[in-house]
Design a protein around this ligand. Structure first.
Ligand SMILES: CC(C)(COP(=O)(O)OP(=O)(O)OC[C@H]1O[C@@H](n2cnc3c(N)ncnc32)[C@H](O)[C@@H]1OP(=O)(O)O)[C@@H](O)C(=O)NCCC(=O)NCCS
Length: 162
């Protein structure tokens, strides 16, 4: 297995991995997640692959010419001076591995490559936003030294709660 930056020839597989991530998350919590429109995902990734920027990357895991996993790393903008957040250079990380090859070390390789890319780009923290019920991912990140640092509290504002 190799990990490398995504190329335009990977577009179909990138779209499929994003849709797969949507399926996993929509199954976990359909009140928060959806499977996005395939055409919208395609045009997003096509633009990303064509862009030349330093603050984001798409890294793919490839086995026998098949793209089996994706790490998206996006540097966060520094917090404005009026905010209380320390301006530590950080990035958000999203990982997804094809369902039939999970649990075989693909995510581990992608996370390591994401760390390397982030370090090379002067970043000092990686942040993964994980749903509270996504036990597989929570365990995966905990084993790589990620600590819980925030909880997002959500209220649905429906008629009953008004
Ligand atoms: C989270 C995810 C990326 C992990 O990728 P993966 O390729 O399955 O993970 P790996 O095979 O590299 O496993 C790494 C470790 O997690 C453990 N692990 C993997 N699957 C596991 C499972 N189902 N339950 C418990 N532990 C598991 C492995 O034993 C391994 O242990 P180690 O740290 O001692 O080496 C993958 O499960 C996935 O794509 N999930 C759906 C998308 C998602 O939820 N992404 C995260 C939020 S954006």
């Amino acid at each position: 297995m190799a990990v490398r930056p995504a190329r335009s020839s990977d577009l179909d597989e990138l779209v499929e991995l994003r849709l797969e991530n949507g399926r996993v998350h929509a199954a976990l919590d359909p009140s928060v997640y959806r499977v996005p429109d395939g055409a919208a995902v395609r045009s997003h990734y096509a633009a990303e692959l064509a862009a030349d920027h330093d603050e984001r990357t798409l890294l793919v895991a490839v086995l026998e010419q098949r793209v089996i996993g994706l790490a998206e790393v996006s540097a966060d903008p520094p917090p404005p001076a009026h905010q209380i957040l320390l301006p530590v250079p950080s990035a958000h990380l999203h990982l997804v591995v094809a369902a039939d090859v999970r649990g075989q070390g693909v995510g581990r390789r992608l996370e390591r490559a994401a760390r390397e890319w982030a370090s090379l780009h002067g970043l000092r923290q990686l942040i993964a936003g994980i749903h509270v019920d996504n036990e597989t991912a929570l365990e995966f990140y905990a084993r790589r030294g990620y600590r819980d640092h925030a909880t997002i509290c959500l209220a649905d504002l429906d008629a009953a709660s008004a």
